[in-house]
Design a protein around this ligand. Structure first.
Ligand code: CO
Length: 661
């Protein structure tokens, strides 16, 4: 394969996703520059997005650049390499300072090798035997990100910590059988087990929970009649390259190895003018810290984006199982651990859904009964990271609302407790064999590079305010709102008691009512990071100490726990440090970050496989439009909804049978 600069000229837009050819071209350039040996792993290969202002201005001849992060396993050296596909050359190669800026994410290659490496260790085998397990093949090892705790001898090593489960047969669900009190610390580069933590010997819970086997499941219910989603004239969206157009929305799709789905240039057509709202939206980090301080669990904190690469963990979706209706799938093309192009078929799912009532009124004076139905376009992907699965669903609605819904499902992590008091204190107990589901949090962070009618934006915090009795409030009914412009970078928390929301506004563009056009961000009032101030995770996941952050735009500030959270000490390079720069944020180029969380005290009903739980945030236009932007939505047709005599009960104007949802 040659490195032809011409290949880059096929790119139509500077934010177009990397093609398989470009990924191969990147690899050849790096190989030719002498950076690759037999023991090199490509952990990340991603498009370097060009300067935002150049993209917005439609500048021509933008250099097409790729950043790759390589691990040289023979030396442990990790190198970031910047390639210009346009010129066919390496522009920069930088060795990571891993003790300060963290390490490249864990690759699938390393993950898959780790079990065999740990099983080979004689101390590990002895500890397994001590627990009465004679067949080593039954011991399944989960190689989990190590975190960083200043443990002597660990500095500079590339580590995972292996927790164990027993899988009696290859068909059995191993998560039901934790092998307690045993953890192996593994150096991924040398294959050496550097330490064994061997505490209590606890009987392995024996009951099987094989939710995936028909032979174990109850007889399937027979009550379900088919639900068919039909769109006889097709879907009402169109895709041109990476650009999705639906109703008045336009958005450009991206897919990053760390973040997965990225939405670029979200805009809304307002009377023929495409008005920008968000330049770039993604879930930039997600961490799951566990709350059990046991010596075999205190270190459990998985950064699913920065340590496990959510994009690389994307599922291939299947029609009729994962998604219903007229579906458009888009493949994700990423690099594999050797730097070659790898296609994840059907990684992104796009479809349109009915979304219940949009607006409705029956008027006592005019007698008019009006209703309109809402719809949304759904842009989603699903990932599997170890025991858990997460769906990321972006919704764009007819009325200008943008929502992100994350769906958490999969298998709750388990432990076996020998001490009942410990089981009750740190976990949700399951049954009488000591099985427990340790308490934990799922802490997400969305990065929203705002562009509300332009790049220069500001944020107003809105609180509801009770007004005391007084000369202007003689009856005590008065209440108002307090609007505070955030003039400094920093983090804020939701206050449910005052209904706190944040308006991202464009101070230089007023609506016809005389105040700045804007979007209101609503975050959920859920607990922030539960771990103690001063703990390792409180430094590393500092973003999760607030629900909302405001920063000045910097293209290098993409990930709130740093570009490389794996074994990152968190002493610099996180969002908590960026905001100390005190850069301008009032009417400037800003980024807002929404941290949303689920504090998970698992339910018995979450076992053995967890029904989807949902969390997320929404952004609603607030004065972005001069009035309800959906007045042109036509009255619903009642063609397919009548089952009882044409559905003629009540209502007017031919929309008789459209019920509230
Ligand atoms: Co959970």
């Amino acid at each position: 394969m040659t490195t032809s600069p011409d290949q880059a000229t096929a790119v139509r837009h500077p934010l177009d996703r990397l093609t398989a050819e470009e990924i191969e071209q990147n690899r050849v350039i790096i190989v030719n520059a002498g950076h690759v040996t037999e023991t090199t792993l490509f952990t990340l290969v991603g498009l370097v997005e060009p300067d935002k202002r150049d993209v917005i201005a439609g500048a021509a001849g933008i250099d097409r650049r790729v950043r790759s992060t390589l691990i040289e396993r023979s030396t442990g050296e990790q190198t970031e390499i910047l390639v210009s596909l346009t010129s066919g050359s390496v522009l920069m190669a930088r060795v990571l300072d891993i003790e300060n800026e963290g390490q490249a994410p864990i690759t699938m290659t390393e993950y898959e090798e780790s079990e065999a490496m740990i099983r080979r260790d004689p101390r590990f085998r002895a500890a397994v035997e001590k627990r009465g397990i004679t067949d080593l093949e039954q011991v399944r090892v989960c190689a989990l990100s190590a975190g960083i705790f200043d443990i002597p001898g660990e500095a500079g090593r590339r580590l995972v910590r292996g927790s164990c489960f027993i899988q009696p047969t290859p068909e059995d669900n191993a998560w039901a059988h934790p092998l307690e009190g045993l953890v192996a610390y593994l150096d991924l580069n040398t294959g050496e087990v550097v330490d064994i933590i061997d505490t209590d010997v606890v009987p392995v819970p024996k009951e099987n929970f094989n939710y995936h086997l028909d032979s174990w499941l109850p007889e399937p219910r027979t009550t379900q009649k088919p639900i068919e989603i039909t769109q006889p004239e097709g879907a009402s969206f169109s895709i041109d390259g990476d650009v999705l157009t639906w109703e008045k929305w336009q958005v450009r799709l991206g897919f990053d190895p760390v973040e997965g789905l990225v939405l670029h240039q979200i805009g809304f057509d307002d009377n023929g003018a495409l008005r920008p709202i968000v330049y770039r939206a993604s879930v930039a980090e997600m961490v799951v810290p566990y709350g059990d301080p046991s010596p075999v669990r205190y270190w459990q904190n998985y950064f699913d984006a920065g340590e496990y690469s959510m994009g690389k963990s994307a599922n291939s979706l299947e029609l009729g199982c994962d998604c219903l209706g007229e579906i458009y799938y888009s493949d994700a093309v990423l690099a594999d651990d050797q730097g070659h192009a790898r296609t994840i078929k059907n990684a992104i799912c796009i479809h349109e859904e009915d979304a219940g009532i949009l607006w409705k009124h029956t008027d006592e004076f005019t007698g008019a009964a009006d209703v309109r139905r809402n719809r949304r376009i759904v842009i989603s992907f699903f990932i599997t990271v170890g025991n858990y699965d997460y769906g990321f669903y972006w919704y764009l609605y007819l009325d200008g609302t943008i929502e992100l819904e994350c769906k958490a499902t999969g298998i709750v992590y388990t432990a076996a407790y020998g001490d009942e008091a410990q089981r009750q204190r740190w976990s949700s107990p399951l049954g009488d064999e000591g099985l427990g589901m340790p308490f934990h949090q799922h802490l997400f962070c969305a990065r929203l590079d705002m562009q509300v009618d332009g790049v220069e934006n500001a944020v107003d915090e809105h609180d509801a305010v009770r007004v005391p009795f007084g000369y202007d409030n003689p009856w005590g009914n008065g209440f108002t709102r307090k609007v505070t412009r955030l003039t400094a970078e920093g983090g804020r928390v939701v206050d449910g008691e005052v209904g706190r929301v944040w308006h991202i506004v464009n101070p230089s563009k007023l609506n016809k009512h005389g105040f700045p056009v804007g979007y209101e961000l609503r975050a959920a009032a859920q607990p922030t990071l539960m771990a103690a101030e001063g703990s390792s995770i409180s430094r590393r996941a500092a973003y999760a100490k607030n629900h909302f952050w405001l920063t000045h735009f910097d293209a290098a500030e993409r990930f709130p726990s740093g570009t490389y959270p794996n074994q990152h000490p968190g002493k610099q390079g996180t969002i908590a440090h960026w905001v100390e720069q005190d850069r301008p944020v009032d009417g400037d180029d800003i980024v807002v970050w929404c941290a949303f969380a689920m504090t998970h005290f698992p339910r018995p009903e979450d076992w053995p496989i967890m029904p989807v739980d949902r969390l997320g945030f929404s952004m609603k236009p607030y004065g972005f439009f001069d009035q309800n932007p959906t007045l042109d939505v036509p009255r619903p047709k009642s063609a397919h909804c009548a089952t009882q005599g044409g559905g003629a009960a009540g209502g007017a104007a031919g929309d008789a049978c459209c019920h509230d949802d």
